[in-house]
Design a protein around this ligand. Structure first.
Ligand SMILES: C[S@@+](CC[C@H](N)C(=O)[O-])C[C@H]1O[C@@H](n2cnc3c(N)ncnc32)[C@H](O)[C@@H]1O
Length: 280
């Protein structure tokens, strides 16, 4: 499963081979940081308008936070976005009165964030870092969220969810969108071929791209089943309050990687988990 491929106009370089195999957290990070640095300009050029410079989109189906109200009222709250990219969602949080902050692994994505800060006049203070080591004191935030950010790129997911639990205040909210786990059963294809299950839903072996010439891992995504996510959240003291599975909108025809109308009207493409830290 590759979040952003196959795009109709974007194919894997011939020198890259796809594998399913185990990869460590370090390998995942070493691959994905530079990969997002390389891809950031194209990503922002392709999807920037759809995302909105100060817009909050939860996934390729185009549902916004205004529609879904996953975070609730953010006014006056300290809000951290993990895997913030160009900070569009956190900028939206700021326009709603929240103190939105960003964290991302990719230097180039953060440069785009700074560009949008200047262009919009709404600045999102952001830091370069990784989801598995959040550089914040315990109980710093009221809300932590990811919109397709970081979590499916991380191998040590126990550490990442544990870090979110650590930096949230008692009762704080954690909401995140990821590729719907059931999508991992299907080929990564927005057309008809993407509608026939060919892989086991329970195969958690990561999706890995390897540079043929050097043998270096150049991109990684990690799969967790629905049950894995529930167990992860419960294991770190979260109470799950919702699992939003946005339906494909009637007036939406945009293809984004493997997300398309052809697949979206039949199978869910995005899962949004909503949880809060249990108050003792
Ligand atoms: C699909 S983008 C989502 C960004 C933003 N929410 C958006 O909609 O454009 C995923 C982001 O996660 C970041 N990322 C990947 N691995 C990460 C990690 N281990 N820690 C923090 N960010 C990470 C990437 O650099 C990228 O900016």
């Amino acid at each position: 499963m590759r979040t952003r491929l196959p795009l109709v106009d974007d194919h894997l370089p011939q020198s890259v081979r796809v594998e399913r195999r185990a990869v460590s957290e370090e390998e995942s990070r070493r691959a994905n940081g530079p990969d997002w640095d390389r891809y950031a300009d194209e990503y922002q050029a392709t999807h920037g308008t759809f995302l909105g410079d100060a817009g909050f989109v939860w996934g390729p189906e185009g549902h916004t936070e205004e529609e879904l109200h996953v975070l609730g009222d953010v006014a006056g709250l300290d809000v951290l976005e993990v895997g913030s990219g160009a900070g569009q969602c956190s900028r939206w949080v700021r326009t709603r009165g929240g103190r939105g902050f960003g964290l991302d692994l990719s230097h180039r994505q953060l440069q785009h964030s700074q560009r949008l800060d200047e262009e919009t006049g709404v600045a999102v203070p952001s830091v370069r870092g990784t989801a598995t080591h959040l550089p914040f004191a315990p109980a710093t935030f009221d809300v932590v969220f990811c919109s397709f950010g970081a979590l499916q790129f991380v191998s040590d997911i126990e550490d990442a969810v544990g870090e979110v639990a650590r930096v949230l205040r008692p009762g704080g909210r954690f909401a995140f969108s990821v590729t719907h786990p059931t999508r991992w059963m299907f080929p990564d294809d927005p057309g008809e071929a993407g509608l026939t299950a060919t892989q086991s839903y329970w195969d958690r072996t990561p999706y890995v791209e390897v540079d043929d010439a050097t043998g270096v891992v150049s991109y990684v995504e990690h799969h967790r089943t629905l049950g894995d996510w529930v167990r992860l959240l419960a294991g770190h003291g979260f109470v799950l309050s919702d699992l939003v599975e946005p339906e494909w909108p009637a007036d939406h025809d945009r293809v984004w990687g493997g997300w398309s109308r052809a697949r979206g009207v039949l199978t869910p493409g995005t899962a949004i988990f909503v949880a809060h830290v249990a108050v003792q």
